[in-house]
Design a protein around this ligand. Sequence first.
Ligand SMILES: Nc1ncnc2c1ncn2[C@@H]1O[C@H](COP(=O)(O)OP(=O)(O)OP(=O)(O)O)[C@@H](O)[C@H]1O
Length: 660
Amino acid sequence: MTVEDIQKAKAAIPFNREQLESVLRGRFFYGPSFDLYGGVAGLYDYGPPGCAFQANIVDIWRKHFILEEDMLEVDCTMLTPHDVLKTSGHVDKFSDWMCKDKKTGEIFRADHLVEEVLEARLKGDKEARGVVSEEVEESDDKKRRKKKVKQIKAVKLEDAVAKEYEEVLAKIDGYSGTELGDLMEKYKIGNPVTGDELEPPKAFNLMFETAIGPSGAMRGFLRPETAQGQFLNFNKLLEFNNGKTPFASASIGKSFRNEISPRAGLLRVREFLMAEIEHFLDPLDKSHPKFEEVKHIKLSFLPREVQEAGSTEPVVKTIGEAVESKMVDNETLGYFISRIYQFLTTIGVDETKLRFRQHMGNEMAHYATDCWDAELKTSYGWIECVGCADRSAYDLTVHANKTKEKLVVRQKLETPVEVTQWEIDLTKKLFGPKFRKDAPKVEAFLLNLSQEELEKNAALLKSDGKLTFTVPEVESEVELDDKFITIEKRTKVEHVREYIPNVIEPSFGIGRIIYAVFEHSYWSRPEDTARSVLSFPPLVAPTKVLLVPLSNHKDLAPVTAKISKVLRKEKIPFKVDDSGVSIGKRYSRNDELGTPFGVTIDFESVKDGSVTLRERDSTKQVRGSAEDIIKAIREITYNGVTWEEGTKNLEPFVTNIDSE
Ligand SMILES: Nc1ncnc2c1ncn2[C@@H]1O[C@H](COP(=O)(O)OP(=O)(O)OP(=O)(O)O)[C@@H](O)[C@H]1O
């Protein structure tokens, strides 16, 4: 079976999510956490194949980004003090809109509710018009729920209303709470099951709060992203990089979000693995030295204008054209978009189910210059799996302002420039006697005042003869007169340019990507649809080889042991299946685990050391010496060699083992 045959098989048999989920749970890729206690929504545990799969994806991510781009990896704590997340804006703004059923108290996430109801009404409209949609098969549970949902009746909508719904859906990620409330009122959206009225949307902060230390005095949160730890280590990383930019930091670790209604399995959970990059660069130069290498890559884009026109028709062009036409803001952002595409397709994402969607103006954080999400198509719709944003200088600026610690790059200028600016001088010998242990804090605070603050204080000092400040971590107010400080405007020749770098941030949700790869890799054999296959690329497959002795005969055991020893030494993950069931059943079981290769040991193997190699998707087989077979496995798995190329010197082997 060729790649095309598999595509055909996938297209011919409707995707069955329930069957996939039963394979994933049955083979323990993952399962609900705390199952014995009834489970907790949005929390999942990974089992052995899930762990191995995730570890392989993280390993590829690390090589693809950290090693290849020479990034600086950090591992920061998940517990984060309140002040950090207050400064970053998360305490005030990291929320989603929720609305409560006035009668039952049931809670809905407002944007998801509007989306679900309008989509359902559009589907009902299509049904009423006799249009058959290319729908995925739904689980019984969902069908049951939908039967109860009032709005999902096959009701024909007026053309103008259907068009309006389409337009709203295209912009669904960009609405504010008030706008969502207005939409709910306009389209009469209540509890979709009971029809009950809902309260207007209210902001719900998604962070899990806790207290650090026994006194409870220090408020803290479980981090909602890994980014802040990277920003706070900026100065150390810059020094580590010998003061040079551009450079990127990277971090892989757990993040936590108290999602309002976590459904959709691994796609929306409350604790998840993130891999994030913060690429620090000069705001005046966002070119990328390796852009040439990727600019030919053709991608599917959904730019802002297309969405604003109510369409979801993608624009296909090269990243070179996208940057040149300014559709994508700059080369570095474009470079990362292409690298994200390369990463995702390497690990098994179907590129026909990948698009880059630009954030609309009101969806993007106010400080961001441009933002594109890599969205993957699943049976739950298009899902954001990687965000890629140009965050400007926002984060470093707010942390520097709050802590009064400079977070800047100093660049030596080839041609010195004349600069006029406000400067502050401190009479340091007076600070010690007056402020004692607080003197360094007061001095640091004053030396970090911004140009605007210096200008304002110069005028105050002149008019009042003294200044009063509130300094963080200093109890009483600080009062200073002109014996302590002088503030003056001076003109100097500068040999160094100082700037706060901008940040381009690709942010990956590993669990979402994993689930999308599960769906994109899943199909069932046309000759027997109960036989499921997960066609993972060999590099990401949890186990690479299934060793299958033909029977439990004692003569086969030494050969199995010998081959196991070589595979172990070569660090090729494998499993031995010497259970008594037929070989066909054993292979079928492993197809569900996505194991790309099967090695059969038979009585010929005892005589001449030859074994059979089976390829999971095509079920093709070849025969050769154990050494040659292992070499082929290694080449195909780790060196990107095709099956045809890797096995061209091995004997084709015809058997109907799979149907046994
Ligand atoms: N609840 C979640 N469960 C699993 N992965 C998540 C979750 N929230 C975010 N992610 C992942 O983290 C990445 C970066 O997070 P980001 O803050 O950009 O997501 P988001 O815009 O809040 O996502 P959404 O709008 O879907 O809630 C996302 O692209 C996604 O892959």
